[in-house]
Design a protein around this ligand. Structure first.
Ligand code: G
Ligand code: G
Ligand code: NA
Ligand code: MN
Length: 250
């Protein structure tokens, strides 16, 4: 309750910011895009993670204005970038089920002049399963605009395969839990390999999340993973130029 009030206040008083984390081609090392990650710096409590305030926003009807703010700001920023790469924006479950989302996306694209193919929305499985007919309808409207849709945290949910079968995703974001274990346990490596095979069969590119070590990236490259994201390639940063520095040589 108190947090909800503070969040309402944050929206009005410019305490929110977006950090960007680079997404790269693993074969060429080219920058493919940046994921927009929302940050809230409270004057007293300091930085509050989205995992804490997104659920609060969802429960208090704040996720619509919050989500609109992020989408608009991310598209505005991307329109100013030197390279015409993609911006990936997270959409929460409640925000996604809002029938007005396709119209908002269309308005923001027109307003900012960002070409639709430069925008990608990241959805988690939980955003979809509540009402399949409805979510499929919304997703098709968004795709009809020319905007891409990625399945976030793939493998972490209850029905990842069913989700992949039922919805026309443009990308799979492999959950970082699998990347984390890839050098050590046989299971993680086998699962990553299976997901990459699945992606190839379905003709959907796979992005591996949470790459932190040279060993991990070497294995993912050898296994033919398309794209990667993680602290090794770049930390989330308020500035896209900074977010691109410090990665390994391709
Ligand atoms: O960046 P960080 O590790 O704090 O992100 C934690 C979680 O918050 C991630 O699951 C991420 O997808 C989510 N998140 C980050 N930014 C946004 C946003 O703008 N909207 C929504 N709905 N979730 C976000
Ligand atoms: O759920 P989502 O994939 O959107 O979450 C993105 C979150 O993961 C961000 O909060 C980001 O800070 C975090 N993250 C990004 N790269 C890494 C990484 O290499 N390791 C870890 N542990 N977290 C990461
Ligand atoms: Na995400
Ligand atoms: Mn994820």
């Amino acid at each position: 309750r108190k947090l909800a009030e503070a969040l309402r206040n944050a929206l009005e008083h410019d305490q929110l910011g977006i950090y960007y984390q680079v997404q790269m081609s693993l074969s060429s090392g080219e920058v493919r895009g940046y994921e927009a990650l929302l940050r809230w710096t409270h004057p007293q409590f300091g930085s509050i993670p989205p995992s804490e305030f997104i659920p609060v926003a969802e429960e208090n009807g704040l996720v619509t204005p919050l989500g609109a703010w992020v989408l608009r700001r991310a598209c505005q920023d991307a329109a100013t970038w030197a390279s015409p790469c993609r911006v990936a924006v997270n959409v929460s479950a409640v925000q996604f089920m809002d029938a007005n989302l396709p119209r908002l996306v269309q308005e923001v694209l027109i307003e900012t002049g960002l070409p639709p193919h430069r925008l990608e929305l990241e959805l988690t499985e939980t955003a979809l399963i509540r009402d399949k007919t409805r979510s499929l309808h919304i997703m098709r409207q968004i795709k009809a605009l020319g905007v891409g849709v990625a399945l976030d945290d793939f493998g972490s949910g209850y029905s990842s395969l069913e989700t992949l079968r039922s919805y026309p995703f443009d990308k799979i974001k492999l959950d970082r839990a699998f990347v984390e274990g890839i050098e050590r346990d046989r299971q993680s490596k086998a699962i990553v390999r299976a997901v990459l095979t699945l992606g190839k069969s379905l003709d959907i590119p796979v992005l591996a999340e949470g790459i932190e070590t040279e060993d991990q990236i070497a294995i993912l490259r050898a296994e033919g993973c398309d794209e990667g994201q993680g602290f090794l390639l770049g930390r989330p940063s308020p500035n896209v130029e900074l977010a691109t520095q410090g990665g390994p040589a391709p």
